[in-house]
Design a protein. Structure first.
Length: 258
């Protein structure tokens, strides 16, 4: 029991730190790369990050219960609750890993991403959401256009302000004729998304391993407690008592001689 308690304490610390890193990085990356929802067709694949956030949030009560089990090793309700939360968190993170494979498949086919970004660029003049998303992407990745900055001349007579490092037109008469970023956004976007997929997959895999160890330890503690409880309640029949009967002592009868 003592060794399993130490393992649960160690796993609780790893789950807390790993869950905070996984959930925080997934939420921050999803917020920072939200422009891909309007500039590409990767919205569904990026939405799978919500599964990582949900699995990471389930790590918080799991950590708390893991620290309570060593003090109450024979509590069946506590152990079953811990195991249920662990399996739910593992299911959410595993589902997130399987869902993010669609994003990695899209990264292996950059032509589809190129076509979706070029199609979204045509809506820049009529859709404010697409316009602001393209501006945020170009400022974030320090790029201009999709393949090159010349892509903008297919849809407008000048470059957007983001190609000159400006978020918006502070002055209506100010134009962007000489862009700061000559390269397009396709290659930096592929690199950013690939790093995002690799980091999330590595963190999620490490979390699943830690959860598996915690689940095995909790199951071992549960089985050990049940076995010990069963041994203490085993009916022990009373030892048979044997009665020994000894022959009565014969009292000699004195004969009187007449």
């Amino acid at each position: 029991m003592r060794s399993s308690g130490l393992v649960l304490f160690a796993c609780a610390g790893l789950l807390f730190s790993g869950g905070a890193i996984l959930g925080g990085s997934a939420a921050w990356s999803l917020f920072r790369m939200s422009y891909y929802f309007w500039t590409s067709d990767l919205g569904v694949e990026l939405s799978s990050s919500v599964l990582f956030i949900a699995g990471a949030l389930l790590c918080l009560p799991t950590c708390w219960l893991s620290t309570l089990v060593p003090y109450y090793p024979k509590s069946i309700s506590l152990l079953t609750t811990l195991m249920s939360l662990l399996m739910a968190s593992m299911f959410m993170i595993s589902l997130g890993i399987s869902s993010i494979t669609g994003l990695s498949r899209a990264l292996r086919e950059p032509a589809a991403l190129n076509a979706s970004m070029a199609q979204a660029m045509m809506l820049d003049a009529i859709d404010p959401a697409v316009r602001s998303s393209f501006a945020a992407m170009q400022l974030e990745l320090k790029c201009c256009g999709v393949n090159s900055n010349l892509d903008w001349y297919k849809h407008r007579s000048s470059y957007p302000p983001a190609c000159c490092g400006r978020a918006s037109n502070e002055k209506r008469g100010e134009r962007c004729d000489f862009p700061l970023y000559p390269t397009g956004c396709l290659r930096p976007a592929l690199i950013q998304l690939r790093n995002y997929v690799n980091s999330l997959s590595a963190l999620a895999s490490a979390m699943i391993v830690c959860m598996a160890v915690t689940l095995f330890t909790a199951a071992y503690t549960l089985v050990t407690g049940v076995v010990e409880r069963g041994e203490t309640h085993v009916f022990k029949p009373p030892q048979p008592m044997f009665a020994s009967f000894t022959a009565p002592s014969v009292i000699p009868i004195a004969t009187h001689q007449m």
